[in-house]
Write a protein that binds this ligand. Structure first.
Ligand code: HEC
Ligand SMILES: [Cu+2]
Length: 413
């Protein structure tokens, strides 16, 4: 009797496990899953995936059942008759050719349709974002809005965003799993990728990755994508389009860019603009990388940092303008490194590897190459050893000057 009861319970147990597995597919448990219908792109990819799983399951079940039945029913028994010898069976052969052919058509047609759908040009009116891959960070440019930023990209929900993918150096690949398929950044060729974040999406942050091996810090080349409400996007974009808000040499410090015609009123348009609020960052986008041991910096110095001195002296003496742009600061126009015009309005630095705060910035400036293998930004701390140049930095900045530069960077809201 207990045997029978066990057998009866088996299907119920299986169903429970299946339901549990399905219910675990929320994005908080699997924050980089591709199975959520957050955009038109990943919805069509998931539909094709479901089609494949559906037909694959039917084929599997039919074949396995036939196999097991045959093995048991026609097994050799002691004293049984000799197996019947047959030669060919036209009806059977036509059937097992026709059924797979039909299934293949049912798979091929939606597959081809999805390929064409995701490869066609973006619809008119899409928000254009240029993505430029660098070893090992991402440059994002909004040519229509006059915005240049790095590693963190904002898109409004309900509007198609069209990414134009190019690279400054080697091959990279752009992938934000929650938003849709990945696409390569190829030398001397522009690739495109577009999707429309669903207009029912809440303001949310997502991870993105480089998925084409590109050198020492390939794994440290990450993206944060923020899907935000249209009014929040307006407020963010209007502020990002401004020159640096901290500019001791120029007055007025905040040139005002008029709002786009027909734009809804800004959510909050202070000197700091709008950025994705730190307290709403889900855990999966907060960098967990600890600062490597042995990078000494006295954090007490940060309190004495002088932003104006950092702008007028440290930023020049440290050679920062040779690699970084700060819009509105004459001479600071290079894009070897990320645009720092609004560096304080980003949550992460260095390809999303570290949190953006004073102690981290100070150690980064002092010892970038100890914090990120291969980094193009050399060691700037005076007396610090540069692991790539294999020399000690003789010029550079001392810890007090670094505190000034950090104060300046943190004023670049
Ligand atoms: C040789 C060129 C070079 C010089 C000089 C240089 N940097 Fe950098 N910097 C870079 C590069 C390249 C990166 C991106 C590193 C990465 O993420 O791999 C970077 C990253 C940064 C970042 C992080 C930005 C972000 O959004 O991720 C900050 C902040 C920064 N640099 C500040 C400075 C300051 C301040 C100085 C001067 C004291 C300076 N840099 C000098 C090339 C340079
Ligand atoms: Cu890479």
């Amino acid at each position: 009797m207990p045997k029978l009861r066990l057998r009866a319970a088996a299907p119920a147990a299986l169903l429970a496990v299946a339901l549990l597995a399905l219910s675990a597919c929320g994005f908080t448990e699997y924050p980089n899953s591709t199975f959520n219908h957050t955009t038109d792109f990943n919805t069509s990819i998931d539909n094709i995936f479901q089609t494949l799983v559906f037909w694959g399951t039917i084929v599997f079940v039919v074949v396995e059942v036939a196999l097991i039945v045959t093995i048991i029913k026609f097994r050799k028994r002691p004293g049984g008759p000799e197996a019947k010898q047959i030669h060919g069976n036209a009806a059977l052969e036509i059937t097992w050719t026709a059924i797979p052919a039909i299934i293949l058509v049912l798979i091929a047609v939606p597959s081809a349709r999805t390929i064409f759908e995701t490869q066609k040009p973006a619809p008119a009116g899409a928000l254009k974002v240029q993505v430029i891959g660098h070893q090992w960070w991402w440059e994002f440019r909004y040519p229509e809005l006059g915005i240049v930023t790095a590693n963190e990209v904002y898109v409004p929900v309900g509007r198609t965003v069209s990414f134009e993918l190019t690279t400054k150096d080697v091959l990279h690949s752009f992938w934000i799993p929650q938003m849709g398929g990945k696409r390569d950044l190829i030398t001397n060729k522009t690739n495109y990728l577009w999707f429309t974040p669903s207009d029912t999406l809440e303001t949310m942050a997502w991870n993105g990755f480089c998925t084409e091996y590109c050198g020492a810090s390939h794994a440290n080349m990450r993206i944060r994508l923020y899907t935000v409400q249209p009014a929040e996007f307006e407020a963010w974009a209007r502020h990002q389009a401004r020159d640096a808000v901290f500019n001791p040499a120029a007055a007025p410090a905040v040139p005002v860019v008029p709002a786009a015609a027909g734009a809804p009123p800004a959510a909050a348009d202070t000197a700091a603009g709008w950025m994705y609020p730190a307290e709403k960052l889900p855990a999966h986008v907060v960098p967990q990388t600890p600062i490597p041991a042995g990078l000494a910096y006295d954090d007490a110095l940060l309190a004495g940092g002088d932003a104006a001195r950092g702008a007028q002296q440290g930023f020049l003496m440290g050679g920062c303008i040779g690699c970084h742009a700060v819009r509105g600061v004459p001479g600071a126009v290079s894009n070897i490194g990320p645009d720092l015009t609004h560096i304080a309005s980003r949550h992460t630095i260095a390809g999303g590897l570290y949190r953006n705060d004073g102690p981290t910035l100070a150690r980064w400036i002092k010892n970038a190459r100890h914090m990120k293998p291969g980094s193009i930004m050399y060691t700037i701390g005076r007396g610090e050893y540069d692991p790539i140049l294999k020399t000690t930095q003789q010029a550079g900045l001392d810890d007090r000057q670094i505190a000034d530069v950090v104060a300046y960077l943190m004023a670049l809201k």
